[in-house]
Ligand binder design. Structure first.
Ligand SMILES: [Zn+2]
Length: 418
C-alpha cells in the first residue's frame, strides 16, 4: 500500500492531490516528504475573501507543512504556494485547506498535538513528538482560538466568579464559570481582580445574554460584589459556601500560628507543633493517626482549640433548610465569636454579619447547584497551574486554562489520529 493511499483515506482535499512521497534526511532527522499539487481544473482560492480567483504566479521554493508523524518519521506536506490575482482583493497568497497563513504545522497536526496536551504536559508532548514547546503552545493556542470563535454562549443562567493567585507577589486572575444545567465550563479569564477585569466578561457576553442570568456565585471580594450589583442586578447573588469556609479556615490558621509562636517564645510545651491540618480538616477526613491526636489536643484550654470548635460549629449552618433559621444561627454564632476575644475570627464574624443577606441567598437557591462546584473548579485550576511549569506568562496560562476547562468545540475531523 502506498503512503498516498493512506493519506487519501485520512485527509483528502477537494482541490489538491498527493504526488510523490520521498524519504528525506535533513539535519539528522528522517522524514517523509509528500508532494501536494493542485487538482486539475480546480481554481485557487483567495486567502482574503475565500473566493476562487485566477492564478497570478508561483513561489520559487516549496513550503513544508508538518503533518502527523507516521511510525516515528516526521511527515511533511510539500507544496509550491501560488498567488492569485483576486478581482476583489488584488494580488494575494492563495488559501490552502491544510494550514493557515501563520503556522508551519498543518491544522490536523496542531489538533493532534493539542489533543495529547490534554493528558500530558506541554514539555512531555514536545519530547514525545520531537518538536518544540513553542510549537505545542501554538498548537493548543490554535485549537483554543478556534473553540472560542465557535462556542455557543446561549443558555447561560448561572455563573460563578473566582479569583486565583498565580504569581507570588499578589498577582491574581479573575475566572468566570458557567455552572448551570449540567454545563460546567470556564467562560472567561482576565488579569487582576478589579472591577474592570470582571466587567469585561459582561461586555464579552453582551447585554442580551447577561439578562438571562438568574444566579451568580461569588466570594466577598468587593469589586466583584460591585460589578454583580451593576451588571446583573436581576440575578440572585449567592456568596458560596466554599469561599466562606475558606475564610474562616484562614482565620483559624492565623490563630494557631500566632499562638504556637507565643508558646514557643514562652518556652512552653510545643502542643501545637504539626497541628495545622489536624485543625483545618473536617473531622470525617482525619486519618486514623490524626483522630486520637485531635481528641487529645482539644482537652487543652488553648485559643486555637476554642477557635477550632467555633469553626466546626459554623459548619452546622449548611444543614439548615429555611433561610430564616439559618439567619438566626448566623446571629447566634457571630455573637459568640464576638465575645471570644479571638481577633482573626472576630474579623470574619463581622464580615459574615455584613454579608448576611447574600449568604442567606445560598439557602434560597438551594438545589440549584451543588455547593462543591466552585470548589472543584478552583482545585482544577490549581492543578493545571501546578502541572505546567513554564506558565509564567499570562497568555500561556490563559490558553492552558481555556484548553483544559473551557469545554470548547473543536474542528470536525474525518479521521481520529489519536
Ligand atoms: Zn479576494
Amino acid at each position: 500500500m502506498l503512503v498516498k493511499t493512506i493519506l487519501n483515506r485520512c485527509e483528502r482535499f477537494k482541490c489538491f492531490v498527493y504526488g510523490q512521497v520521498r524519504f528525506v534526511t535533513q539535519a539528522g532527522r528522517d522524514s517523509l516528504d509528500v508532494e501536494v499539487k493542485p487538482r486539475k481544473g480546480s481554481a485557487a482560492l483567495c486567502s482574503c475573501c475565500h473566493q476562487a480567483a485566477p492564478c497570478y504566479d508561483h513561489a520559487s521554493e516549496p513550503r513544508r507543512f508538518e503533518f502527523v508523524p507516521l511510525w516515528g518519521y516526521a511527515v511533511f506536506l510539500v507544496y509550491v504556494m501560488r498567488r492569485v490575482d483576486c478581482p476583489r482583493c488584488g494580488v494575494k497568497v492563495e488559501e490552502v485547506p491544510w494550514a493557515d497563513g501563520k503556522h508551519q504545522l498543518t491544522k490536523t497536526y496542531m489538533q493532534f498535538l493539542a489533543s495529547w496536551a490534554r493528558s500530558l504536559s506541554w514539555t512531555e508532548v514536545s519530547r514525545r513528538f520531537q518538536t518544540s514547546w513553542e510549537k505545542v503552545f501554538h498548537a493548543v493556542e490554535y485549537i483554543v482560538e478556534w473553540g472560542l470563535q465557535h462556542r455557543n454562549l446561549d443558555g447561560i443562567t448561572a455563573i460563578g466568579v473566582d479569583e486565583i493567585q498565580w504569581k507570588k507577589n499578589h498577582k491574581y486572575l479573575t475566572l468566570v464559570y458557567q455552572i448551570n444545567g449540567g454545563v460546567v465550563r470556564l467562560l472567561w479569564i482576565s488579569k487582576d481582580r478589579t472591577v474592570e477585569s470582571f466587567s469585561a466578561f459582561f461586555d464579552m457576553l453582551g447585554e442580551k445574554r447577561s439578562a438571562f442570568i438568574e444566579h451568580v456565585c461569588s466570594d466577598m471580594w468587593k469589586p466583584y460584589l460591585q460589578v454583580i450589583a451593576q451588571r446583573v442586578s436581576q440575578a440572585v447573588h449567592i456568596l458560596d459556601r466554599f469561599h466562606i469556609v475558606a475564610r474562616i479556615n484562614k482565620a483559624l490558621d492565623e490563630v494557631r500560628a500566632s499562638e504556637h509562636r507565643r508558646m514557643q517564645a514562652a518556652g512552653r510545651e510545643p502542643l501545637l507543633t504539626k497541628t495545622r491540618w489536624l485543625l483545618l480538616k473536617r473531622p470525617e477526613n482525619l486519618t486514623e493517626k490524626q483522630e486520637p491526636r485531635l481528641r487529645e489536643l482539644v482537652q487543652y484550654n488553648l485559643q486555637s482549640v476554642r477557635a477550632y470548635l467555633l469553626k466546626e460549629e459554623f459548619q452546622l449552618l449548611w444543614t439548615y433548610i429555611s433561610p430564616a433559621w439559618a439567619g438566626k444561627f448566623i446571629d447566634r454564632w457571630t455573637t459568640r465569636v464576638m465575645r471570644s476575644r479571638i481577633e482573626p475570627l472576630k474579623r470574619e464574624a463581622l464580615t459574615i454579619r455584613r454579608h448576611k443577606p447574600l449568604i442567606l441567598n445560598w439557602f434560597k437557591a438551594k438545589g440549584a447547584f451543588s455547593s462543591g462546584v466552585v470548589e472543584g473548579l478552583n482545585n482544577k485550576v490549581k492543578l493545571t497551574m501546578r502541572k505546567s511549569y513554564g506558565f509564567r506568562h499570562y497568555k500561556t496560562i490563559e490558553i492552558a486554562l481555556y484548553h483544559s476547562m473551557g469545554a470548547l468545540p473543536e474542528p470536525d475531523v474525518t479521521h481520529r489520529f489519536c
